[in-house]
Design a protein around this ligand. Structure first.
Ligand code: IPE
Ligand code: IPE
Ligand code: MG
Length: 255
């Protein structure tokens, strides 16, 4: 149990355990639409249906934390119409889904640099976070205008602003509370749909010892059977965190 409460680079989850924290790069919406001769944005709309399904699947499987990459700090480079559509979809989804999330005891957080969003969106996010703050069935984090490098630099800047003496030097433990997802264990399982095998500036710090799972399945097609494949793949893996296999099968050290 201890392993679930502390950094996953220190605790060792048992082989066969369900991942406590899943982080997903939801990729392939545009291609899904193109295959159907639809505009790219139709893929984003369908992708939102998959989000609903995956949230439910996580709860059914006893996953405690789910972190979804919805919009990267690099996605502003897309055509203006697509960026605007994504912002509207995000706003609409927040408005329409928050009550349902709350009813299902789901805690919502949005991680990323919110300074670039308009004031109305920031206010809607903050209300949703406040409403769901006490919920415990699943902690759902949506990464929006998020970048892994931004996260690390932002944490450092915040830490230094809070305690100037850290300029002389600081440890991982000093920085940890300022990083996004500080309240969750590090992701056990990283899933990327859509066939690309890259991190795309997602949780660079937090993925240090995460298990990676890549699938060609496009995000709008990622259904319960695909989810089960990812979980089954994870459950076969032996997580060693630098130790040998023999060490794990004798005593299971926590440090
Ligand atoms: C992922 O799907 C969703 C976002 C990045 C917002 P894409 O839009 O990247 O889909 P592809 O990669 O073009 O198929
Ligand atoms: C990564 O997908 C970001 C999200 C899923 C939100 P992209 O499709 O933007 O990634 P790259 O740019 O192809 O690596
Ligand atoms: Mg993509």
């Amino acid at each position: 149990m201890l392993s679930r409460l502390i950094s996953s680079t220190r605790g060792i989850p048992e082989r066969g355990d369900v991942p406590q924290h899943i982080a997903i790069v939801m990729d392939g919406n545009g291609r899904w639409a193109r295959q159907r001769f639809l505009p790219r944005v139709a893929g984003h709309k369908r992708g939102l249906d998959t989000v609903r399904d995956v949230v439910k699947l996580c709860i059914d499987h006893g996953v405690a934390h789910l972190t979804l990459f919805a919009f990267s700090s690099e996605n502003w480079r897309r055509p203006q119409e697509e960026v605007s559509f994504l912002m509207q979809l995000f706003m609409q989804a927040l408005r329409e889904e928050v009550k349902k999330l709350h009813k299902n005891n789901i805690r919502l957080r949005v991680i990323g640099d919110l300074s670039r969003f308009d004031a109305k969106l920031v206010e809607t996010i903050s209300q949703a976070e406040q409403l769901t703050a006490g919920n415990s069935a699943l902690s759902l984090s949506i990464a929006a205008n998020y970048g892994g490098r931004w996260d690390i630099l932002n944490a450092m800047n915040q830490m230094l602003a809070a305690d100037d003496s850290k300029r002389k030097g600081f440890s991982e433990e000093d920085l940890a509370p300022y990083l996004c997802l500080a309240n969750a264990p590090e992701p056990d399982l990283f899933i990327r749909t859509g066939g690309e095998q890259r991190v795309s500036n997602f949780l660079l710090w937090q993925l240090a010892y995460t298990e990676f799972y890549f699938t060609d399945c496009l995000w709008p097609d990622f259904n319960s059977a695909e989810f089960d494949l990812a979980i089954a793949s994870y459950r076969q893996r032996e997580r060693r965190f630098g130790r040998t296999s023999e060490q794990l099968s004798s005593v299971r050290p926590q440090e």
